[in-house]
Structures are given as structure tokens and as C-alpha cells.
Design a protein around this ligand. Structure first.
Ligand SMILES: N[C@@H](CCC(=O)N[C@@H](CSC=O)C(=O)NCC(=O)O)C(=O)O
Length: 282
């Protein structure tokens, strides 16, 4: 799988890079960015995936979250994929900011025409880890995943569906019940059609009861977030985890909104949680 290097720059003793790969899953080129900490010069290091939200690209998190300083200290590789296919154009893919380009929702679509390229779930959980393992000094046995908003939904779903693959998961202001909120209803009805069973298989709140994932999930949520009541509703996920081995730790922050200023404020806590869990032996 040939990797195209779009750019690499020194950053906190490591390297910040942008890459493109010919994705088999998405049947189109896909971009992603990687921060390699200085420790990766001499050994394989644990990997933390960050899935970004609506309208973001593979660069948004790397530019705006201020994560590299702490990742360099902790010896964590950071990987952030683009939020959708972009080069395979499908009619209607750029008609709105909350569906299509920049809004792939980290699912494997089953409905034409989206099913040909919108396979972000398989890209993130299968293909991208193979690309990372083959091209970077990554310890692929030690993976964590986190995300924001649409990407928080993606991170929760990836971890709940693959408890053996991710040792740690966390989220900022995640969409936790896409089947029940306008962003998710719009996207899922196009990606999956009327089949609500398919919706449930990509809905963290619906997945919680049957998931084999065990452990704490840190969720930070700003109480000044304009999307909190309409699109996010983290209490739904917390309630769904009752009686399971999933222990959501929902932290609510007065005044914080949905922006990357909020993410910047708490990113260090998330990375430190992931580093601690990734350091333990199984
Ligand atoms: N255009 C929208 C706002 C879009 C937005 O807020 N996107 C968020 C993610 S929302 C859920 O996935 C984001 O991360 N934006 C990037 C940023 O730099 O803030 C509107 O009209 O409200």
C-alpha cells in the first residue's frame, strides 16, 4: 500500500506529517495526518486515533487541539484521518455541511450511491491501522481512539464494536445516540435507508448493552455547547451503560462551548488517560 507524503515538518522533537493513501475500502484516495513523537526514532510507540467532527479535515485536530506537546512528552503517536472521502464525487455530496463531504459519520454505508465510497468505519478500524503499522514506528497492539462530536460518535462506535482492538476510548462532546437526533437521522437515513437495525449497529447508545468493552470512558462536555440539547445528549449513553462493564465518566464544564478552545483545554487529560491505559500489560 503506497503512501504518498504530502508534507512533513519537525514538531516538539518529533515530526508532524500529512499523507495520502489509495484506500481499498473507500475506493478513492484518503488523507490522514500523523504526529510522530521523538520516542518513535528509537522504538515502536502506542497510537491514539482522533476522529474529528463535521466540516473538519485530517488537519483540523492537529492544527487546533494543541495535542503535540503532551503527546511528545508521553511518547504517543497521534493519527487523524479525514472525515469523509473527498475525491470520489457523488451527486449531492456537497449540498450541506452536515452530510457527505466532511460528514462521513465513520460508518459503512449500505445504500447506493454512498455504499461505493462511504466506508469510513472499515477505513478507520481496519485499513488505516494496517497503513500505520506498515509505515510508521507504531505499536499496533497498543491503540486508543478518541474524537469530537461526529468523531466522538465514531470513536465510541469503533471501540464498542471492537473491544479487543482499542485499549482506551474517550470523547469530547460526542453524538452518542445518532438514531435519535437530527444530524444522525439525516445521515443514517441516506447511508442505511429505512432499516433501523443497521442504524443501531452504528449507534453507541444502542450498542452499549451488548458490547464487550469494559472500562472507563472519559467524556468531556461543555454546558455552553449550542448542540448539547438538540444533537448530543450524553446522558442517553450514560443511562445505556447502566448494568454493563462500561463506566462512562461524564465531566460537565460550565460555559465551555463546542469549539477547539474547549478541546484544547482538556486534551492533556485525555492523552494522559490514554497513555496510562496503553502502558498496562494485558
Ligand atoms: N457550520 C456549523 C458548525 C460546524 C461545527 O461546529 N463543526 C464542529 C464539529 S460539529 C460535530 O461534528 C467542528 O469541529 N468544527 C471545526 C472547528 O474548527 O471548530 C454551523 O453552522 O453551526
Amino acid at each position: 500500500m503506497a503512501l504518498e507524503i504530502l508534507g512533513e515538518r519537525p514538531c516538539f522533537g518529533g515530526v508532524q506529517g500529512s499523507y495520502r493513501v489509495a484506500s481499498q475500502e473507500c475506493a478513492t484516495p484518503m488523507r490522514f495526518s500523523v504526529f510522530r513523537p521523538p520516542q518513535a526514532q528509537t522504538r515502536r510507540v502506542p497510537v491514539v486515533y482522533f476522529l474529528a467532527g463535521l466540516e473538519c479535515t485530517e488537519e483540523t485536530f492537529m492544527i487546533k487541539a494543541g495535542a503535540q506537546r503532551v503527546a511528545a512528552e508521553l511518547g504517543l503517536m497521534l493519527v487523524s484521518p479525514d472525515t469523509s472521502p473527498r475525491e470520489a464525487r457523488i451527486p449531492g455530496d456537497d449540498e450541506s455541511w452536515d452530510f457527505g463531504i466532511g460528514a462521513g459519520f465513520y460508518v459503512d454505508a449500505t445504500q447506493a450511491p454512498w455504499s461505493a465510497n462511504y466506508r469510513m468505519y472499515s477505513f478507520v478500524t481496519k485499513e488505516l491501522p494496517r497503513v500505520i503499522g506498515a509505515n510508521f514506528q507504531a505499536d499496533v497492539e497498543r491503540q486508543a481512539i478518541m474524537g469530537h462530536s461526529m468523531g466522538g460518535h465514531g470513536a465510541l462506535v469503533c471501540a464498542l464494536r471492537n473491544p479487543g482492538e482499542y485499549r482506551s476510548v474517550s470523547a469530547f462532546a460526542p453524538i452518542v445516540a445518532p438514531s435519535q437526533v437530527p444530524w444522525g437521522e439525516k445521515a443514517f437515513s441516506k447511508f442505511f435507508g429505512a432499516d433501523r437495525a443497521a442504524w443501531a449497529s452504528f449507534d453507541a447508545t444502542a450498542l452499549a448493552k451488548g458490547s464487550g468493552f469494559a472500562g472507563e470512558i472519559l467524556i468531556d462536555q461543555g454546558l455552553g455547547d449550542k448542540f448539547l440539547r438538540t444533537q448530543l445528549q450524553p446522558e442517553k449513553f450514560v443511562a445505556a451503560c447502566d448494568g454493563t462493564r462500561i463506566a462512562p465518566r461524564l465531566r460537565e464544564h460550565e460555559g465551555y462551548d463546542h469549539s477547539y478552545w474547549f478541546i484544547q483545554t482538556f486534551i492533556s487529560d485525555h492523552l494522559r488517560c490514554h497513555a496510562a491505559r496503553l502502558a498496562t500489560e494485558r
